[in-house]
Write a protein that binds this ligand. Sequence first.
Ligand SMILES: [Zn+2]
Length: 298
Amino acid sequence: MIVSIHMIAGHRLMAGCLLTLLLASAVSAAPLLPRSAAVPGGVAIVELPTNAKKAPVVHYRKKRVMVQKQHGHWQAIVGIALSAKVGKHQLQLAGQATPVSFQVDDKAYAEQRLTLKNKRKVNPNAEDMTRIRGERGRINAALRHWAPQAKMDARFVLPVTGRLSSPFGLRRFFNEQARKPHSGIDIAAPEGTPIRAPAAGTAIERGEFFFNGNSVFIAHGQGLVTMYAHMSRIDVQPGQRVARGEVIGAVGHTGRATGPHLHWGVSLNDARVDPALFFDDLESLLTAPIKTHRKNTR
Ligand SMILES: [Zn+2]
């Protein structure tokens, strides 16, 4: 399974170079959208059958979906949950009875096994569970944030430079117990390394959470939300506007973390999606790939 991931990564690198050459002079007028990958944990870009002047209202699984006009056509930019089933999925377009279908294809993600000494962070006690349930409500509300925004900037700058210590979508086992797949990427960097906003947005939530430690959520508009966990400090307050590249806090190892790193999540219409899709070539921006990558590509 690890091998297949690296073949995909290599292929993507070549495709990225070609695309850069082909599009270098033509991209400036188009909206800055994520790359399309209609797989669990990916983003589908779906043509909408409408000539409406105003942005159409589209829902997927009862959640409002980002729309953008590209080359004169409206498109839905749909986040697909890691738990999504392979097959036909449907969008509801307001004012139209017939749903718009799109296909979700399969993607195999690798496994990761971790051993944590602090057993309470693996099997929280009753008191911890009460706290976790309370926090979950705040986290879910932040991830469901919707605010209208005409022109999206969904091409990101890297929030922190470091080593990719855990990629997106890993099927994780803590002390041999299966947990939810990895919903973001982990970038290992020294404690205190500044974390920067990947695009302009508004801080909508911050807190000190049981699993995620010091965390902040930034809304970028139309259901695109980024989250930052395990921070040593947070420099922004809810309601505060942040510019692309502005420092929002620093790397730490608060919450459930084995060492200092940034857990960075990207959410689109409340689906956690692969942050790599918001870059031409994310891996080339990180200082060193994970060990298994090196082993399989050399
Ligand atoms: Zn993580």
